[in-house]
Ligand binder design. Structure first.
Ligand code: CP3
Length: 350
């Protein structure tokens, strides 16, 4: 019999209290891409799985790598090991990962194939829900589990261009044929809502939307091509669950205030925006998550400690700061530098 999660301990955890902007004795911290190639124990499990996508789709292995950074560093939250591109994978766009090159879709969308595009049903992601249940069972009672998905605009970038880069095809499409682009965003938003509702039902305490490429849009395009779909997802989730939602838009500083008004509990802040500016722009309406430049983790203990303290101090003393990086951790990060960061943040008392 799986043990039921200790709901009181989770509700009172540092992360969940901070998402409600309640006071805590210290700031919670976790790191984007905390499970990954900078950890030798991750490389071992990935090698045994054969490739990245098999790892993502093997619940026991995905759960094991999710737990690795919690066990090694004592971080305050786990994020389920998966990828934003499982949605285009479920849409049968032919997802593959080319070593050293990143993701590639064999069948990127064209005006013709959009006609047959539909939002995949929840049961496409059984492997993920199983990984979430296994992970929740094995996590400490005070460590919440974060589920996630890509924001529709960011997913559309990959679905149209087929791989990462400057996304020229996408940028041409929303200018030449906005109706077609909206059709893609609309189907993708429904797909993402289904996926996130499923992750919450499977055992996640909160979910995060990654709009990693939202900064490609001009600030006066952000509402039209991204934020309205993020709000639609939040609305759909809120019909089923009270779980707080985190929204991270990368290089979206001019849209931070609008994102803070989306009914998200927290807004992710990239390292190009100071945490003090982000607070001014969001006016204490939401919790903030961020924002150390991941490159700081390539330096030394003194530099890491000083930069962590600078960010903690610049945020101020109000509740509502989740310490994190401003983007994902780099694969060349020495694990002992992550340990130094964790020590610096844990020592800081509000
Ligand atoms: O944060 C975590 O620890 C959870 C796992 C996680 C991964 N991808 C695992 C992963 C999360 C939250 C993501 C999100 C993701 N995936 C985003 C949004 C966040 C961001 O970085 O902006 C994006 C854009 C993707 C798409 C994606 N997946 C790319 C561009 C790549 C290749 C880049 C790279 O680092 O190689 C991936 C692969 C990927 N996703 C890896 C990991 C650990 C590396 C795979 C490997 O082991 O080789």
């Amino acid at each position: 019999m799986p043990t039921a999660p200790d709901l009181t301990a989770l509700h009172d955890s540092l992360l969940m209290r901070t998402l409600r902007c309640e006071p805590t004795p210290r700031r919670p911290l976790w790191l984007m891409r905390q499970a990954g190639r900078y950890l030798p124990e991750y490389l071992q499990v990935r090698a045994a799985a054969g490739d990245f996508l098999t790892l993502v789709k093997t619940p026991a292995a995905a759960s094991e790598v999710t737990l690795q950074p919690i066990e090694r560093f004592g971080l305050d939250a786990a994020i389920i090991f998966s990828d934003i591109l499982i949605v285009p994978d479920a849409m049968d766009l032919g997802l593959g990962f080319v070593t050293g090159e990143g993701p590639k879709l064999a069948k990127p969308l064209t005006a013709d194939t959009v006609k047959t595009l539909s939002a995949p049903a929840a049961d496409h992601y059984h492997y993920l829900y199983d990984a979430i249940a296994l992970t929740r069972r094995d996590l400490p009672a005070t460590v919440p589990l974060i589920g996630f998905a890509g924001a529709p605009f960011t997913l559309a970038c990959y679905m149209i261009d087929g791989s990462g880069g400057a996304f020229w095809r996408t940028r041409a499409m929303y200018r030449a044929d906005p109706a077609l682009f909206h059709q893609i965003l609309s189907i993708t938003a429904d797909a993402v809502a289904t996926l996130l509702i499923g992750q919450l039902a499977a055992g996640c305490q909160t979910v995060m939307l990654f709009d990693s490429w939202g900064g490609l849009l001009a600030d006066d395009q952000y509402e039209t091509f991204s934020l309205q779909y993020i709000r639609r997802i939040i609305r759909q989730i809120k019909e089923k669950s009270d779980a707080p939602i985190i929204v991270f838009g990368r290089q979206c500083a001019l849209s931070l205030a609008a994102i803070a008004n989306s009914d998200a509990a927290a807004v992710g802040v990239d390292w190009q925006t100071s945490i003090a500016s982000a607070r001014k722009l969001t006016d204490g309406k939401v919790a903030l998550q961020g924002n150390m430049d991941p490159a700081v983790l390539l330096t030394d203990t003194a530099t890491i400690t000083a930069e962590a303290q600078r960010i903690l101090t610049n945020y101020g003393t109000s509740p509502g700061h989740i310490f994190n990086l401003g983007h994902g951790i780099d694969k060349n990060t020495p694990p002992e530098n992550v340990a130094a960061l964790v020590a610096a943040v844990k020592e800081h008392k509000i």
